[in-house]
Structures are given as C-alpha cells and as structure tokens.
Design a protein around this ligand. Structure first.
Ligand code: SF4
Length: 409
C-alpha cells in the first residue's frame, strides 16, 4: 500500500515537471518537433479549434506572451496594445518562436485581429491561418456560419499542414475531452479541499495543457489526481466527488462548496491569460487561494466538453458555442454576469479578483457590469491591471491583503 510520503513525492515529481514546462514554455514544443519531425502550430486564444490541428498531426502550442522588455514589436504595435499582443509579437520577431511552422489566429478582439495581419506580414512563418468566429454566439445564421468557418479551416489546414479525416478528428476530440474531464476533476478536488494544491500550482497544471501533447498531459494529470485522491481518501474517508462531468455540460452548477474553518479565503479569478505565478503564490502567502476562475488559460480553456456522437465539426462548434462566453463575444440569451455568479457561488468563493491586462478593451468593457452584479450580491472584489514585464508583487500584495481584510471583516 502506498504511504502518504510516497504520495507527496509522486505529486512533487509531476508538479516539478509541469512547473519546469510553464517556466520555459516552448522547450517542450522544440523537443517535440525534434523528436517527431511534426509541425508545431502556434495559437493565442482558447477558442482555437485545437482538435483539428491535432488531427492534422501537428502540435498546437499556445502563445501567452511573456514577462519581457519590448525591443522589436514597438515598430509595429502602439504602446496602448495589450502586453499579450506586444510581447507575443516581440518573441516572434526576435526569433524566440523559431520552432513554429505556422500560426492560427482566431478572431476575438480587435487587437488580435490586427495582430494577425501584422504577424502574417512580418513574422515569416510558412503557414498563417485565420478562423473568423462570429461576434455573436447565438442565432441560426451565426451557428451555420460558425460550422462553415470551422469546415473551411479544416480544408485550409489540410492543404497546408496535413489532411484531417473524420476518424482522426473524432479521436482528437475524445482525447481533448479526456483532458477536460481530468482538469474538471482537479477543480472539483480543490473545491473540496483547496489545501490539496495551491492555486499557483493548479493553474500551472491547466496552462501546461495548452503547451504539450494531450496524451502526455493526460498521463501526468492521471498520476497527479491519483496521488491527490489517495491523500484525500486517507485524510478524509467517505469517497470522492462524482466524475467525470456530464458530456457537453460546463462544470458549473456543481453543488455549492463551503469553506471549512481555518481554510484560506476562497477567491474567484476573472481575466484573460493568467501566467503570473509569483502573483498567485503571493495570494496564497497572504492567506487567499484562487479556487475557481474564468481565465482563458484556466477554466475557460477546459470547461466545456465537445459532444462526441455528432458530426465532428458540429462537435467543435458546440464547444465554442456552449461555454461561458469570453467578453469578446456577445450572447444576449445567456448573461455572462449570471453565469459567473453561479460559478462563484458554487465554488464557495468569498471574493473576486479581476486580473486584467492594461489596454484590454473587452475585459475593461465587461468589468463595470460584472462588478455591479457582484456589488448587488455583496461580493467584494478587487480590480488589478497588469502588463507582462512590469508586475510589482509588493504593490499588489498590499491591495490583495486589503481585499482579504474586507472579506474577513
Ligand atoms: S482580449 Fe484583451 S488580453 Fe486578449 S488579446 Fe484582446 S486585448 Fe489582449
């Protein structure tokens, strides 16, 4: 029988591997390319149809910018563009993404749409593809358009990277769903006991999913979750939460989790890319923990399953259509604030951290109305704006401490 020390050691092994990966995000893609001879396709947004890229035999690798001082992209992008776009382009122009064979741009915000043109003209990769998603994710015409755009992407990718047949696509969809189910388990286990994994580590695990081969990530996740489950069942007999989540259903609406006495303060994070591990570690350090989130490198990346028993293009379209919409998308029939409130309440979060990039218009436009909904429910929140490359942890620490004091009363 496995003892608790052994369980901890196994978890540490998996975590240090994933931590190394997010610390040097593209070493994996480089090594994968050297090992397999396959193509690597970069992408920025969680709406990217990764399953189609995977089914074409390529590795989808997410570009999340980095903490760097801009040198080359300043000639192409104004300083009032978000640092994700500016540092991402800087990496491409500086040769740091030389392992990429191409890039897939999904139409989300205006910055990304314009970045796509600048990237195509200046970054110099062989393949450049756009997936122009509808701005409104509702209505018959938008649904038909979305399905046609995904089918067209499949054709264009097939010509430039490799053919995508239905069988391969179904296999990729199942593989990606397995990954989402495992990540949903990670969120569920943390809701039950946030102490099983601090939020900086948990969000690293999720972010690593978009950087590496899914089979390998699934294997690491299975090992990690097995270790956590073994630890939890030893510490708290009585079984684990049900798994996996229902197909095609966002893991919202779960039974409400209740914070235990002596637990860290549960917070809910809202923003786009979350790659500031030092910031999350600081939040843990001062007595908070991000228990659930709407980051596009977090829950929004993994939160929705693609149904497996429908046409594969329709399946991917459903995944894009059914999730909590990103602030770049317009859905009048499903109120984003209501959907977020449901998840905030279900996770037992007592406060909200808005963690946003400076100059990110979609999130800035979204903030007042989500904040108003939180205020009406008496949920305290803190709005933080950052730029990659100039994050001051001591300054943010004071503000996070103030939020925690407000919550504790
Ligand atoms: S949504 Fe915001 S953070 Fe993301 S690319 Fe657009 S402006 Fe930048």
């Amino acid at each position: 029988m496995i003892d608790k020390d052994e369980v901890s050691r196994l978890s540490v092994d998996v975590l240090s591997r994933l931590q190394g990966l997010v610390g040097d995000p593209y070493s994996y893609a480089r090594a994968w390319k050297g090992r397999t001879g396959g193509k690597v396709m970069g992408f920025f947004c969680h709406y990217a149809p990764e399953e189609i890229i995977h089914a074409a035999g390529a590795l989808p690798a997410r570009i999340t910018g980095e903490n760097r001082v801009i040198s080359e992209s300043g000639a192409h992008l104004q300083s009032y563009c978000c640092s994700l776009a500016r540092t991402g382009l800087d990496m491409a122009l500086g040769g740091d993404l030389d392992f990429l064979d191409g890039t897939v741009f999904v139409h989300t915000c205006d910055t990304m749409q314009r970045l796509s043109d600048i990237w195509r003209l200046n970054a110099g990769y062989d393949v450049h593809l756009d997936v122009v998603l509808p701005g409104r994710l509702e209505g018959d015409s938008a649904w038909e358009y979305l399905c046609r755009e995904l089918a067209s992407f499949r054709e264009r990718l097939g010509e430039l990277v490799g053919p995508v047949d239905d069988g391969a696509l179904r296999t990729s969809i199942a593989l990606y769903n397995r990954n989402r189910a495992l990540l949903a388990d990670l969120y569920r286990l943390r809701r039950r006991d946030p102490g099983v994994l601090p939020s900086d580590k948990a969000l690293m695990v999720v972010a690593a999913s978009a950087l590496m081969d899914k089979e390998e990530h699934n294997a690491l996740l299975e090992e990690l979750l097995g270790n956590i489950e073994a630890r939890l069942s030893g510490a708290a007999p009585g079984g684990l939460p049900d798994r996996p989540q229902e197909e095609g259903v966002e893991s919202r609406g779960q039974a409400e989790a209740r914070p235990q006495a002596g637990e860290k303060v549960r917070l809910f994070g809202i923003g786009s890319v979350m790659d500031q591990w030092e910031f999350l570690a600081m939040v843990e350090d001062v007595g908070g923990t991000v228990i659930d989130d709407d980051f596009c490198t977090g829950h929004r990346y993994a939160g929705v399953m693609a149904p497996e028993y429908v046409d594969p293009i329709e399946s991917i379209a459903r995944r894009i259509w059914d999730g909590v919409p990103c602030p770049c998308k317009h859905v009048t029939t499903r109120d984003r604030a209501e959907l977020l409130l449901e998840r905030i309440t279900g996770s037992g979060a007592e406060g909200v951290l808005f963690f946003q990039f400076k100059f990110c218009e979609p999130h800035a436009f979204d903030y007042p109305y989500v904040k108003k909904a939180l205020d009406e429910r008496g949920i305290p929140s803190l709005h933080l704006e950052i730029e990659q490359g100039s994050v001051s942890i001591p300054r943010l620490r004071t503000r996070v401490e103030a939020l925690l004091e407000t919550i504790r009363g």
